[in-house]
Ligand binder design. Structure first.
Ligand SMILES: Nc1nc2c(c(=O)[nH]1)N[C@H]1C(S)=C(S)[C@@H](COP(=O)(O)OP(=O)(O)OC[C@H]3O[C@@H](n4cnc5c(=O)[nH]c(N)nc54)[C@H](O)[C@@H]3O)O[C@H]1N2
Ligand SMILES: Nc1nc2c(c(=O)[nH]1)N[C@H]1C(S)=C(S)[C@@H](COP(=O)(O)OP(=O)(O)OC[C@H]3O[C@@H](n4cnc5c(=O)[nH]c(N)nc54)[C@H](O)[C@@H]3O)O[C@H]1N2
Ligand code: SF4
Ligand SMILES: [Mo]
Length: 731
């Protein structure tokens, strides 16, 4: 009997356990996809504590995408106009090392930038940090998590003293009231949502509140659905706090003993009476009061959020305003309670642990903290002062650096910024100016490859061994079970090889990713994300384990899969208290105006993953969505004289796109929705980010990808007004 390899789904941050088996098994017909190509068998792993054997369509179909259109060999060209030529690894790596050496000598380390991804394994992240922040001495490492989780990181750190979701999935089954805000978990975190839904269905007293300008599949399951106007979350959250204060529904003991900043917070909240809030949010006072009453009366409130809060020019303030409600009602540190950020990518959490943003160092450390720098410098055998004390360039600032000519080399790995960055016209122009772009991906073609000089083929999930951490801090080993195609290599090996060629041989002597992981976990010792008790060997032997997991910690079966942070109500701040954040609502960075009267919001569909590099190559998923579309409320459509299924032009101050109109009452009038999944390889002129703007949260630097002002034209009416032609009108 062939035994299955236990691993983790490489898509979303729920982190479901998978079991994989080869296509050909003794006594069984070879497993094949719809086109007859042999593919690996994939099923849910019942022993995985986070998912208990469940998988969604993405996890179930992952094998169908593994072999299509893979990048197999390094390729190079001198200019973007030339075709790529296949080259050897030695040629590609030597060119990178020699160009880097020259840039280091003439412009210094801050002229080099590396843009990575929550789809890295922890080992990839760690080696990238060591190369950039340690050896080269630039903090210019940022990841697509900047577009994804950075407001959650900033909100947790500022309110609770540290990053790291304090909750676990068992809380989904122990809560009395789940408050879901800015998250379409039914489509984007389906297996976690399923656990909540089962609990909700079984227990009639359990309440489910959903706050979203779109009536999503998540909202369909709610007892109370609040269709707020985009960008009015702080009004709503402060409005709920106002009522709790007015009713005296507070945990005063918790506020007195465990928090600070309450008086300043109440000064702000006083300005959010229910009539004003209801009017700003576009909901009724009754709905607002029902939400506040559920917060007041439920014994255990759990909140869940994702991009509807994070991707905002006031993302950190939104997150902190939500955490305030937990602090004022004492809903934290106990089973079934807490502010739970659902992480997007499979290893966004591991990235944060390994220091994978431009202001972080491994072990939840900060580059601005001299003590933290010293600890890491000592461990890496660097001279004092070698780690730069200033945060490096955040994702969008890398584009601005290319624009200004200060970034001379951009290395992009495991992300597709030519689709996922805001304001694509400007992004593409910046990428075109880049003197040297290295692109390290598993697939070819992709949109970003069009802007690259050097392509490096990456081994992806299943082709390298490494570790990932999911939303509930569960760490799972993802072992290699198949060979990488062609000459593809693991990301960490590529970073290490460049490090060696730049003269840092001693820093990159690793023979396996297990050795890399061993070096990394030491840096988490005694930190809140303590993983010093973990190793790849232990994870292989014992299966997934949750952090914190200190050295020498053996397993307590009672707590094994339900670890929570802050159960003693002490927080990792200077005085051990959590902090209220007092924020007034500022609203959208680009509110609608007479020329651009609609708010465009963007997001995801259940079957597709981001820029479609995998899911676009799976026939049944691609067939389900033949055309990119825009959701419009029938009332708005009537005024625009747009009919269902017709092509419409959507214009913002930055760009335009062409989408099929989908009329639906699930979207609030005045708001339209476009999925983020279509880059220029998959459709003409259908990029959500051709329209979006880069205005970001000042605290997290996360762009407001969830809202910009647009105008919508029916194709006919636009022809009538003599505006530009429809086909080929973008960029
Ligand atoms: N199927 C699928 N699942 C995925 C992914 C995928 O590509 N496909 N990607 C993964 C990743 S990386 C991430 S980050 C997560 C994202 O997971 P989610 O955050 O759940 O997904 P989104 O669709 O981006 O946005 C969530 C919701 O925010 C709402 N929203 C927009 N503006 C506002 C606002 O101002 N306030 C409020 N309250 N809500 C608002 C949108 O209507 C949308 O329904 O999904 C992960 N899971
Ligand atoms: N308008 C709008 N824009 C958005 C968002 C939104 O909601 N609206 N969401 C934002 C968010 S939350 C996110 S997370 C981003 C996602 O945006 P991206 O990160 O650009 O999207 P992906 O398609 O996941 O790109 C991942 C790439 O990594 C490659 N890959 C997979 N595995 C590996 C590996 O092991 N090694 C290497 N080197 N490559 C690998 C894949 O082939 C793919 O090209 O988009 C952001 N942009
Ligand atoms: S819920 Fe997320 S982790 Fe689980 S199978 Fe689906 S995509 Fe994979
Ligand atoms: Mo994300």
């Amino acid at each position: 009997m062939t035994s299955p390899t236990k691993t983790l789904c490489p898509y979303c941050g729920v982190g479901c356990g998978l079991e994989v088996l080869p296509p050909a098994l003794p006594g069984k017909a070879t497993h094949r996809d719809d086109r007859g190509v042999p593919i690996w068998r994939v099923r849910g792993d019942r022993s995985h504590p986070s998912s208990l054997g469940k998988v969604c369509v993405k996890g179930a179909t992952i094998a169908e995408a593994l072999d299509k259109d893979r990048l197999r060999y390094p390729m190079m060209r001198n200019s973007l106009e030339e075709p790529f030529q296949r080259v050897s690894w030695d040629d590609a790596l030597d060119r990178i090392a020699s160009e880097f050496r020259q840039i280091l000598a003439t412009d210094g380390p801050d002229a080099i930038a590396l843009y990575g991804s929550g789809q890295f394994q922890t080992e990839d992240y760690y080696i990238a940090q060591k190369l950039m922040k340690g050896c080269l001495g630039t903090n210019n490492f940022d990841a697509n998590s900047r577009l994804c989780m950075s407001s959650a990181v900033a909100g947790y750190v500022k309110s609770l003293g540290s990053d790291g979701p304090p909750c676990c999935y068992a809380d989904l089954e122990e809560t009395d009231c789940a408050f879901l805000i800015g998250t379409n978990a039914a489509e984007c975190h389906p297996i976690a949502f399923n656990r909540l839904r089962v609990h909700h269905k079984k227990n009639r007293s359990v309440k489910l509140i959903v706050v979203d300008p779109r009536k999503t599949a998540t909202a369909d399951a709610a007892d109370l659905y609040l269709a707020i106007r985009p960008g009015t979350d702080i009004d709503l959250l402060n409005g709920i706090a106002h009522l709790l204060l007015r009713w005296g529904q507070l945990d005063t003991l918790f506020i007195d003993e465990c928090t600070r900043g309450f008086p300043e917070f109440t000064d702000v909240v006083r300005h959010y009476p229910p009539d004003l809030v209801a009017q700003r949010c576009g909901i009724s006072q009754e709905e607002l009061e029902t939400a506040a009453r559920l917060w007041a009366q439920s014994k255990r409130v759990l909140s869940l959020w994702s991009m509807g809060l994070n991707q905002s020019s006031e993302g950190t303030a939104k997150v902190r305003s939500l955490i305030n409600l937990h602090l004022m009602t004492g809903n934290i540190g106990k089973p079934g309670t807490g502010p739970f950020s659902l992480t997007g990518q499979p290893n966004a959490m591991g990235g944060r642990e390994a220091g994978g943003l431009a202001h972080l160092l491994p072990g939840y450390r900060l580059v601005t903290n001299p003590q933290h720098r010293r600890e890491v410098e000592e461990y890496w055998n660097l001279s004092p002062g070698q780690i730069n004390p200033r945060p490096g360039l955040a994702a969008w600032d890398m584009m601005l650096g290319l624009e200004a000519g200060t970034v001379k080399a951009l290395w992009v790995a495991a992300t597709n910024p030519a689709v996922s960055m805001p304001d694509l016209d400007r992004t593409h122009a910046a990428l075109r100016r880049s003197p040297l772009t290295i692109y390290q991906d598993a697939y070819y073609p992709t949109e970003t490859a069009e802007f690259a000089h050097i392509l490096l083929p990456a081994a992806q999930w299943g082709e390298k061994t490494g570790v990932m951490t999911n939303s509930e801090r569960m760490v799972t080993l993802c072992p290699q079970f198949r060979d990488p195609p062609g000459e593809a290599r693991a990301d960490w090996e590529i970073f290490a090889e460049v490090g060696r060629r730049l003269g840092f041989e001693a820093s990159f002597e690793f023979r396996s990713s297990a050795e890399v992981y061993r070096e990394f976990v030491y840096l988490t010792k005694s930190r809140i994300c303590d993983m010093a008790g973990l190793s790849q060997e232990r994870l292989r032997r014992e299966g997934p384990l949750q952090w914190p997991c200190a050295e020498g910690e053996t397993d307590d079966p009672e707590t094994r899969h339900a670890k929570r942070l802050y159960t003693d109500f002490r927080f990792p701040t200077e005085d051990g208290r959590a902090k209220f954040g007092a924020y007034h609502a500022r609203g959208l960075a680009e509110p609608p105006d007479p020329d651009y009267p609609f708010v465009l919001t963007t997001g995801r569909l259940y079957e597709h993953w981001h820029t479609q590099t995998r899911t676009g190559r799976i026939d049944k998923i691609a067939k389900k969505y033949p055309d990119p579309f825009i959701e419009i409320h029938p009332r708005d459509a009537r005024e625009l004289t747009v009919i269902d299924g017709e092509w419409v032009i959507v214009v913002s101050k930055r760009g335009r796109g062409k989408f099929r109109a989908k009329l639906t009452r699930a979207i609030a009038p005045g708001t339209v929705f476009v999925p983020m999944h279509w880059g220029f390889l998959w459709a003409d002129d259908a990029e959500a980010n051709a329209l979006t703007h880069p205005e970001s949260c000042p605290e997290s630097l996360q762009p407001e990808l969830k809202a910009c002002a647009v105008q919508v034209f029916s194709v006919e009416s636009e022809r009538g007004t003599g505006k530009s032609e429809v086909v080929g009108c973008v960029t």
